[in-house]
Design a binder for this molecule. Structure first.
Ligand code: NDP
Length: 252
């Protein structure tokens, strides 16, 4: 039911953090995995790790803020592995600042990286996902798909958009055998949040106190969900947003 042998997953931002967790989950379930990121060294290290799990794996350089680069990523994946069954739109970034001084260029950079990229990659991958017969799109949202925070206007707008995009795409492509779901990570220990922890020394204590499971999330927390959402086990689940947050979003 969870067997992904013979299927291909493409993971944007799959060379580290949560994206590598998704990639590992797909690889462990038997999928071939294309890792897509900007950094060639990180890409190569991720590919070596996935091969160590016994998977077929390769990497492609992509800048997800560039439509032509996304199209090339999709074409390279389909050519390398003969199709695309699972697209994971995971690449993301954050630029924090107060709304009244938030730079327009920063707004566009965050929206382009987190939201427009998912639309462009899904559109480019559509013929392959449809051809697969069991196409899967997994979009990475955030707790800020639900909540607001004062320094995160563009990030929250992009991640709220990811969830609404997910729902509409799920409805549009259901008849093509494609499911589209979102994952909403809580506070996960990655490069992204390590930077935030440096800037905000109180963040660590706040996260531990506010998370019922009493710990930061880890990339390993995404492996099982990737296999589930990527496989036939989730064939009738589409358009939903699943928190992976140690209970953060349900605590009153
Ligand atoms: P990391 O900083 O560890 O990873 C970000 C990934 O995105 C890297 O692989 C990076 O690749 C890639 N990336 C960023 N910009 C681009 C770009 N323009 N083109 C191609 N690739 C790009 O962060 P996380 O693992 O934490 O974040 C992954 C996703 O999870 C993001 O969407 C983030 O918003 C989301 N998330 C994270 C949370 C957390 O607590 N960590 C909480 C909620 C959501 P490269 O280095 O090669 O550029």
């Amino acid at each position: 039911m969870f067997d992904l042998k013979g299927r291909t997953g493409l993971v944007t931002g799959g060379n580290g953090g949560i994206g590598l967790g998704f990639a590992r989950g797909l690889a462990r379930a038997g999928a071939s995995v294309m890792v897509a990121g900007r950094n060639a060294e990180k890409n190569a290290a991720a590919v070596a790790e996935l091969k160590g799990l016994g998977a077929e794996a390769d990497a492609v350089i992509v800048d997800v803020t560039d439509a032509a680069s996304i199209e090339a990523m999709v074409a390279a994946t389909a050519e390398r592995f003969g199709g695309i069954d699972i697209l994971v739109n995971n690449a993301g970034t954050n630029i924090r600042n107060r709304p009244e001084v938030y730079a327009e260029a920063d707004w566009h950079a965050v929206i382009d990286t987190n939201l427009t990229s998912a639309y462009l990659a899904s559109k480019a991958a559509y013929p392959h996902l449809k051809g697969s017969g069991h196409g899967r799109v997994i979009n990475n949202g955030s707790m800020l798909s639900i909540f607001g925070l004062p320094f995160h206007i563009a990030y929250a707008a992009s991640k709220g958009g990811v969830v609404q995009f997910t729902k509409s795409l799920a409805v549009a492509w259901a008849a093509d055998g494609i499911t589209v779901n979102a994952v909403l990570p809580g506070w996960i220990d990655t490069e992204l949040t390590r930077k935030a922890r440096k800037d905000m020394p109180q963040l660590n204590d706040n996260v531990l106190a506010r998370t019922p499971k009493g710990r930061w999330g880890a990339m390993e927390d995404f492996e099982g969900l990737a296999a589930f959402l990527g496989s036939d086990a989730s064939a009738f689940i589409t358009g939903v947003a699943i928190p992976v947050d140690g209970g953060f979003s349900v605590q009153g």
